[in-house]
Design a binder for this molecule. Structure first.
Ligand SMILES: [Zn+2]
Ligand SMILES: [Zn+2]
Length: 346
């Protein structure tokens, strides 16, 4: 089969490798679509350094496909079933797992980090992922393309659950990349009355305007004025920073309402993660600042249900579907800032 392996910084190779065999407790999935994540782009550039990454590695973790084969001890699954795969494999025994937050498990592993991922014709689902419910059925009416972007959507949902985005809120999303647009969709689905999308790249801003999900669009220099105008000078209930920018994080604290919530959803580049803030802004205005990372399988199932019931339309965010053979084109698109979700299909 064909598999796209990362060997080092900017060293991706499409290779012909044997079709993988599975153990009694594993499942083999024939990949139908695997979306390129921002983390894939970063991992390719860095050669996968950090996060327990080992090389060479088949990367790609936003996977949909069809079960090809199940191990003899696997129950509840059968060949031919359409599925998506969870990404995070948690230990089940650390304090965060016990508290119900497997996404921040101390011992977490992940597809495309410690296990081969989905930029290939087939992917082996490790037994731990099978046992934890990480193989989820795709409901009727959802295409493989849409289903493949369930995982990033679920990360956005994890963020909005913690930020408690609620009916009637004014929500600001900073960053109009794919995940920023997912945040806009979810905030609307959760009943936000006004969603403001801010983006520094004019091309991306225009692309999001064309999709037309937010109520207001702006560039960062005009954001504060717009927020104050929309909220009568009070500030936003929730500000979600879905951009790798320290400046955007600082701005979030400046435009949030007293008692509002600020979510540092996107990580900052390594070496650039120090920011300077006036902490009195947080103190006197009783602002809640938090981050979120990854998601749970439950959140992935919720996203599938939201797609199935048309509460969110993932199709709007898929701008490019590229054959796996043309992965270079796909990664160039994903890096360019002129695409939203780019899918590789074997
Ligand atoms: Zn992802
Ligand atoms: Zn754990």
């Amino acid at each position: 089969m064909k598999a796209l392996k990362l060997y080092g910084p900017n060293d991706l190779r499409l290779e012909e490798v044997p079709k993988p065999s599975i153990s009694d407790e594993e499942i083999l999935v024939r990949v139908k679509a695997c979306a390129i994540c921002g983390s894939d782009v970063r991992n390719v550039a860095a050669g996968g350094s950090g996060h327990g990454f080992s090389l060479p590695r088949v990367i790609g973790h936003e996977i949909s496909g069809v079960i090809e084969e199940v191990g003899s001890k696997v129950v509840d699954y059968a060949p031919g079933v359409k599925v998506i795969l969870g990404v995070v494999i948690s230990c089940g025994r650390c304090i965060y797992c016990m508290k119900g937050h497997p996404n921040i498990c101390i011992h977490k592993e992940a597809l495309s980090y410690q296990y081969d991922g989905g930029f290939a014709e087939f992917v082996v689902v490790p037994s731990a992922l099978v046992k934890q419910g990480g193989v989820m059925l795709i409901p009727e009416g959802i295409s493989f393309e849409e289903a493949s972007i369930t995982e990033p959507f679920s990360c956005a949902l994890n963020g909005q659950e913690l930020s408690d985005v609620s009916m009637g809120d004014v929500v600001v999303v900073i960053g109009a990349g794919p995940v920023g647009n997912m945040h806009v969709m979810l905030a609307k689905a959760r009943g936000a009355c006004s969603v403001i999308l801010s983006e520094v790249n004019p091309e991306r801003l225009k692309m999001s305007k064309d999709i037309g999900l937010a109520d207001h669009y702006t560039e960062p220099s005009e954001l504060k004025n717009l927020v104050m105008q929309v909220t009568g000078g009070i500030g936003a209930d929730v500000v979600i920073v879905a951009a790798p920018s320290g400046e955007a994080q600082v701005q979030a604290l400046d435009i949030v309402a007293p008692r509002g919530r600020v979510n540092f959803f996107g990580g900052l580049p390594r070496g650039k993660s120090q920011i300077q803030i006036d902490s009195n802004t947080i103190h006197y205005r009783e602002i809640f600042v938090h981050g979120t990372s990854d998601s749970t399988f439950l959140q992935m199932k919720k996203i599938l249900n939201l797609m199935a019931t048309k509460r969110i339309d993932a199709k709007k965010l898929i701008t490019d579907i590229v054959p796996l053979d043309k992965y270079e084109e796909g990664f160039a698109k994903a890096r360019s800032g002129s695409a939203l979700k780019v899918l590789l299909v074997p």
